[in-house]
Design a protein around this ligand. Structure first.
Ligand code: ZN
Length: 151
């Protein structure tokens, strides 16, 4: 287990290329993908498409407002697939890359900021206190493991 985490400045914006959500038609795991041409330049407001491989449902998003935060996707406002009750709260992630990043932060006993002085809004600095709390570490890691194995 890696006990040191170095914050390289990843923000929630680094994890917007794909969202795992609950399909509104069949309740299986569906994807919200970006229709941006280059993955390097993903913007919150790029067109998105909802795709369910189970039932074939698709839907396009091309609006001007999004709702970020919480355990729904910012576009279709569908429940995130990766969410689980944990420590009296809801632990959630947009996708597996996001979940892996979260795990690295949570399991680290030493969290370092290598970004120099000044205000930071990285994912690490934005996480709620209950996720960052050492006393919740084992519970949160268990929750992450359960989410990872969710089919
Ligand atoms: Zn479906």
């Amino acid at each position: 287990m890696e006990t040191r985490f170095q914050d390289q400045g990843q923000t929630i914006y680094n994890f917007l290329d794909e969202f795992l959500v609950e399909c509104p038609r069949c309740s299986a795991c569906a994807l919200v993908i970006t229709l941006a041409k280059t993955l390097e330049k993903i913007s919150l407001f790029d067109q998105r498409r909802l795709v369910c491989q189970k039932c074939g449902h698709t839907s396009d998003w091309d609006r001007k407002t999004v709702a970020t935060g919480g355990n729904i996707d910012p576009y279709f406002q569908l429940p995130l697939w990766l969410q689980i009750p944990c420590c009296g709260e809801i632990l959630w992630a947009y996708n597996h890359k996001h979940l892996n990043h979260l795990e690295k932060i949570v399991q680290a006993k030493l969290r370092e900021n290598k970004l120099g002085p000044g205000p930071k809004k990285t994912m690490m600095t934005q996480l709620p206190a209950w996720i960052m709390s050492a006393k919740n570490r084992n519970e949160v890691l268990k929750g992450i493991a359960k989410l990872r194995s969710k089919e």
